[in-house]
Structures are given as structure tokens and as C-alpha cells.
Design a protein around this ligand. Structure first.
Ligand code: ZN
Length: 339
């Protein structure tokens, strides 16, 4: 059944040249009866070639992707491309304005609402617009994340698994082309509600990223992201030349190995991490401990790793409560770890 939406836009997806505008989703809160939520969008189109979506701001506290997409909107000469780039630099604009992972409008995490609902809440309408209007126009999708306020992650390009082997190989090749310091397969425990899982179901070549985090901007990660986006655009034939070329010997691909890859807090307190990001760790090894500062007679809770691999991410604020993700391990997926 066709899904209808009241969203409208001032860009023409079929027009050549560079256009910068908004997708507007009618919104009627107390302070603005007939207003709209404006989602920034840009279309850069020249000649024949693939259509590539660059999405940032899926989570509102992850900044490298939106910065790089903004640079492309302002600085990339239209004659340098073949095909079309659809830029959504702050797709969850209410969350970006608030500097939050989730939307202040409805409390939802956009990346757990796909394929959305065109007559749902604002966040559900955003994901429905991307799913129903933008995905069908495109050949490839880049969703540029960072760790956000609660995680610090090694800058990496992400493979969203596809069940079809050829589609999976196409995704891996595009992610390899990004040429990040690390390549990781992440399936969010099989969650189908992410934008990349939905893009894969739509048949698009799909590339994700995790670029640092901590709710701040890393200059090094911005550089990795800037080069990586250009590298993938060149891989897809939209740009003539990549920014960097990968080593002749491809690096190991890692994967977050399901629930065992996460170290969760078991008690309230202050988490102390025992290992630096990038360290090789073993299942059963002590990972860190939680201190109970206001109950000094109580022994600290020692947390252990559940999988062999590389320490890939760590919680950013030390304050934890039961269930919080303290550490993330990525295990070998293709190839073996050095050493
Ligand atoms: Zn994110």
C-alpha cells in the first residue's frame, strides 16, 4: 500500500546544478500552529552517473559527518562530479539543534525508527521520507556516525551485512574504499530499524562510519571522514580521483560479535577502564571496574571481557548505572589479528 506524506521540499531532485534547501515536515506544536520542521537538504547533479546519498546528523551529537557534508555542499564544484549527490547533513535536525542523540520533539532515536511512518511523529516522518522518497532515487547510501556523547570509538568504516552475497561484497568493497584506519562489521544485534539496514533492504550499496565520539569534534576523525567520503565517491564513479589510496595489502575486517562483544555495567558507580582503545584483549580478562564512591566499604565491581578481539569503543562519561555499555570489543571477521 502506498504511504502518503505531507512533507514537501523546495529542491528539484531532477534538476542539474547545485541546490540547497529544506525538506519541510508540517508540525503544529503549541508555539507554532501552522509551522514546519525544516530538514536541510542539498542536491548536486551533473551529467550521467550514480546517485549517492550522504547522510549525517542521524544522531544529533555526532559531528564529523555533518561537518564533512557541509564542506561538500559549499565547496565541491558541480562540474567535478558525474551523477548526483543528495546531501542530508543534519537529517535529524531537531536532535542536531539540541546536541542530543534523540529528538527533543518525541524522544525517539531516528536510527531505531526506520522505515518510519509518514503519518507518525516528527522523527518517524523523517525516516519515512528518507525510506520512501530518497532511497528509491539512489544507488548508494553513506550514513556518517560517530560515537556520540556516551561513546568514544576508533575512527572506522562500517559494513552493514547483506544476506545476498553479491550485495554484501559490493558493500565491503565500498567500505574498503573509504580507507578508514579500521573496518568493522556492525549489525546492531540484527536490529532492522536502522537506516543502513533499511538501505540494504532497498538494495543500495551501503557504507557506515563511526568517527570518534565523546560528543566533541576530532580534527583527525574529520580528516579521515573527509578523505573517506571522497574515496567512496571516486569508487562509485561520481568523482574522478580518490583523496587517498588504500595499502596494497587490505587490513583485517573486524566484527562486533553479538552480545559477547559488549561489557555492560552491573552496578551504579564510576567506571574505570583498564585498557587503551586499540588494545588486543581476551575473553575472561579483566576489562575495568566500577567504583562505589559513596559506599567506600563496598568492593569495586570487576568487569571482564566476553570475547577475544580489539578494544574498539569505550563509554565516555565515567558515571554508569546497570546496563550501561562500558566497553565494546571487535573480533576478527575476515583474516586474523596481527601479533
Ligand atoms: Zn550514531
Amino acid at each position: 500500500m502506498a504511504r502518503t506524506s505531507t512533507a514537501f521540499t523546495d529542491v528539484d531532485f531532477d534538476k542539474s546544478g547545485k541546490q540547497v534547501g529544506f525538506v519541510r515536515i508540517p508540525h503544529s506544536p503549541h508555539k507554532d500552529a501552522w509551522g514546519n520542521t525544516a530538514i536541510p537538504i542539498a542536491v548536486i547533479a551533473n551529467g550521467k552517473g550514480p546517485t549517492v546519498i550522504l547522510q549525517g546528523g542521524n544522531h544529533g551529537d555526532e559531528y564529523e559527518g555533518p561537518i564533512v557534508i557541509g564542506e561538500i555542499i559549499r565547496d565541491l564544484p558541480v562540474e567535478d562530479i558525474q551523477g548526483r549527490i543528495i546531501c542530508l547533513p543534519a537529517v535529524n535536525a531537531p536532535a542536531v539543534r539540541a546536541g542530543r542523540r534523540t529528538s527533543p520533539d518525541d524522544g525517539l532515536n531516528l536510527n531505531r525508527t526506520f522505515p518510519g511512518d509518514p503519518i507518525g511523529s516528527i522523527t518517524e516522518q523523517i525516516s519515512a521520507y528518507v525510506s520512501d522518497i530518497v532511497f528509491p532515487m539512489a544507488d548508494a547510501f553513506l550514513d556518517l556516525h560517530s560515537g556520540g556523547s556516551s561513546l568514544d570509538i576508533i575512527p572506522s568504516a562500517i559494513v552493514e551485512p547483506a544476506t545476498d552475497a553479491r550485495h554484501h561484497a559490493r558493500n565491503v568493497a565500498a567500505v574498503r574504499a573509504f580507507n578508514a584506519p579500521m573496518t568493522v562489521v556492525i549489525d546492531n544485534l540484527g536490529d532492522p530499524r536502522t537506516s543502513t539496514a533499511t538501505s540494504v533492504r532497498a538494495g543500495l550499496t551501503t557504507v557506515g562510519t563511526e568517527m570518534g565520539g565523546g560528543g566533541t569534534v576530532s580534527r583527525e576523525a574529520v580528516k579521515v571522514c573527509r578523505n573517506g567520503v571522497r574515496n567512496v565517491l571516486a569508487h562509485l564513479g561520481v568523482l574522478a580521483e580518490p583523496a587517498t589510496r588504500p595499502d596494497a595489502e587490505p587490513g583485517v575486517i573486524l566484527k562486533i560479535p553479538g552480545p559477547d562483544g559488549f561489557v555492560f555495567a552491573g552496578s551504579d558507580g564510576i567506571f574505570e577502564n583498564f585498557h587503551p582503545l586499540g588494545a588486543t584483549v581476551r575473553a575472561g580478562q579483566e576489562a575495568g571496574r566500577i567504583h562505589h564512591l559513596t559506599d567506600p566499604g563496598r568492593p569495586s565491581e570487576v568487569l571482564k571481557f566476553g570475547a577475544d578481539g580489539v578494544l574498539y569503543g569505550q563509554r565516555h562519561p565515567a558515571l554508569v548505572e546497570p546496563g550501561n555499555c562500558c566497553l565494546v570489543v571487535a573480533a576478527p571477521y575476515e583474516g586474523t589479528l596481527p601479533g
